[in-house]
Design a protein around this ligand. Sequence first.
Ligand code: NDP
Ligand code: OXD
Length: 313
Amino acid sequence: MRITVCLTDNNRPEPWVEGLRAELPQAVVEAWTPGAAPADHAVVWAPPQQFLDEQHQLRGLFNIGAGVDALLGLRLPPRTRIVRLDDAGMSVQMAEYVCHALIRHFREFDVYEAEAREGAWSYRRPRVRGNFPVGIMGLGVLGQRVGRAIAQFEFPVRGWSRSPRQIDGIRCFHGEPGLAEFLAASRVLVCLLPLTDATRGILRRETLSRLNGGLPGGYLINVARGAHLVEDDLIPLLDSGQLAGATLDVFASEPLAPGHPFWRHPKITVTPHASARTQREESVAQIAAKIRALEAGADFETLPGVVDAQRGY
Ligand code: NDP
Ligand code: OXD
C-alpha cells in the first residue's frame, strides 16, 4: 500500500509522513512531488488540481481538517472518496473559543478591559442570561459539542440543522422552513455550518436582522467559513446598532488583508482562523485507523467522517 501526503497553506508534510510511517509500518508513505507514483490513499489539505489529476488511482482522500469545501471545488478521480476529520481534538477547542467569545460579550469583559486601561473603576449592571439565547447553525460534531458547553453556563440554546434533530438541552429547528423562527429565537448566533451551495452567504443583512426577534442587540460568532458571511452587510448592521458586535475567526480571503475594515472596527474581534486547530498526533492516529479498516475490507460508508459529495459535507 502506498500513501502520499500533499499539504498546502504552510502545513509541513514531514511530520505527517513520519507519523503515518510509525502507525502503518507496512505502507510506503511519502510526501507528494509532481510525477510521483500513484498512491492508494492520500492525506491532504487544499491540494492543487495537478495532484488529483496525477493521482488517479486514489481510493481514500483524507482531509486534515473538518471542512472539505476546498476539496469539493476540485475535479476528483472517479472512485475517490473524501474522508474528513471527525473531531480529532477540535470540538473541545471550538467549545472553548465560542464560550469565551459569548461570555466576553455577555459579561462585557471587553468594556472592563477598555476601562481598566483608562484606570476606571466602574461596574456594569448585571445582564440576565435568559435574555441571551444562543443559536447554533449546524448541529454536527462541532455544533453539538459547543451546544453542550454553552448549556452548562445555563444560557438557553437553540440549534438549526438540515434534517430534524432531537438533542437534550437544545431547542432544535431544521431546514428552510425552520430558519426564520430559529433566528428570531436566538440573540447570539454561532455559525458552525459546512460551506456548501446552500449555506454560502447565509449570514447576510436579511438573516442577521432577524436575530433577537428583530430587535437590536444580536451578536455574531462565525467560526465556520468566511464565505458564509456577506462581509459588506456586516458593518452597516454594527454601525446602526442592529448588531451589538461580532467575533470572526474566518474570512472570505485569508489572511485578512492588512487594510481590511474588520481589523479596526470597535465592535469586531478578529482571530486568525485559530478557533480549532488540527491536532496532528490525534489526527494521524484517526486517519491511520481508518486506512487500516479499509485495508481490512471495511466499506467507506462505515467510517465516521465520509463525505457525501452531493450533499457537500
Ligand atoms: P458536520 O458535518 O459534523 O456538521 C454539519 C452540520 O451542519 C450538520 O448538523 C448539518 O445538518 C448542518 N448543515 C449542513 N448543511 C445545512 C443546511 N443547508 N442547512 C442547515 N443545516 C445544515 O461538521 P463539523 O461540525 O465537523 O464542522 C462544521 C464546519 O466547521 C466545517 O465544515 C468547517 O467549515 C468548520 N470548521 C472550522 C474550523 C476553524 O478553525 N474555524 C475548524 C474546524 C471546522 P444535518 O445534521 O441535518 O446533517
Ligand atoms: C477545518 C479548519 O476545517 O481548520 O478543520 O478550518
